[in-house]
Design a protein around this ligand. Structure first.
Ligand SMILES: C[S@@+](CC[C@H](N)C(=O)[O-])C[C@H]1O[C@@H](n2cnc3c(N)ncnc32)[C@H](O)[C@@H]1O
Length: 266
């Protein structure tokens, strides 16, 4: 069977399983979040600015920590994710926190069927588009979901990171690889010892693919930045070079790990 025929089912199974472990993980530190800490990082906070009173669509919201952190900053948030486990948990967290947020369970590509009004902002971050085969479709969902003059804030791991093999010791994939990357996942980035052994199907998207598709969908680039660190210790053999800034021990300062952009719909 062509992997494109069942990537959604394979990945949904993986994310449902990951979510159960993530909710208990020290990586996501749910207690601290429930006690008021924000799960957002300086990189996205700098691009978001004042979001108070804005309607905001959070694509691939996982179990809602970032969505609810955005809600705490005064935004009126709708989160979207295709994992039932993640959306149940997000709704439950919003209830516990007595926060007014909406969560929709669907494939990103199907969101326009569920969304009524366009939003002031669209937000998506860290580990999202690598699960999507077609960025033209993604960019069109972003553009359709934004009001005229509305902004996209997008932060993602740099495509250079996905050129490496699983141990991040040597280059394995072309920067321009178009075919899906199919892997057997053992554990998860948030809990390496989690008893998960499932197939994942992902894609590496080059920077030109991301930016050109968003430009073609009618957005204009306002800010773009690359970072030599990740705010998350999610890859093997990373060291903390500054508080909350992680780099590969063997490639300190040599490669970009994250990029961030802000674009506005004309
Ligand atoms: C790395 S996580 C989200 C990142 C977020 N920074 C976090 O850590 O909470 C990626 C999310 O994308 C979701 N996802 C993957 N493919 C999707 C699709 N086709 N439609 C909607 N959600 C999808 C997964 O369920 C998962 O919650």
């Amino acid at each position: 069977m062509n992997v494109l025929d069942n990537y959604l089912e394979l990945n949904r199974r993986l994310w449902n399983e990951r979510t159960k472990h993530h909710l208990k993980s020290s990586f996501y530190n749910l207690d601290s979040f429930l006690n008021g800490s924000s799960s957002l990082n300086e990189i996205e906070l700098n691009l978001l600015g004042d979001i108070s009173g804005k309607t905001l669509l959070h694509l691939q919201c996982h179990f809602g920590q970032d969505s609810l952190s955005l809600g705490r900053m005064g935004a009126n948030v709708t989160g979207v994710d295709f994992s039932e486990e993640a959306i149940y948990a997000a709704i439950d967290l919003a209830k516990q926190l007595k926060q007014d947020a909406r969560f929709v369970c669907c494939d990103v590509y199907d969101f326009p069927k569920h969304g009524k009004q366009p939003f002031d902002m669209v937000f998506s971050s860290y580990g999202t588009i690598g699960w999507l085969p077609d960025l033209e479709k993604w960019a069109s969902v972003v553009a359709k979901s934004l009001k005229k003059g509305g902004s996209l804030v997008f932060v993602e791991f740099h495509p250079v990171v996905w050129m490496f093999d699983n141990s991040f010791k040597q280059l394995q994939y072309s920067y321009f690889k178009k075919e899906p990357i199919v892997e057997e996942e053992l554990g998860t980035y948030a809990d390496k010892n989690a008893t998960i052994s499932l197939t994942s199907v992902g894609w590496n998207h080059s920077l030109d693919e991301v930016i050109q598709n968003l430009l073609d969908a009618g957005l204009s680039l306002v800010q773009f930045k690359e970072y030599e660190y990740s705010p998350y210790n999610v890859f093997p053999e990373m060291v903390e070079v500054q508080p909350n800034q992680f780099q590969f021990k063997s490639m300190k300062g040599l490669i970009p790990l994250v990029y961030a952009l802000k674009m506005t719909k004309q």
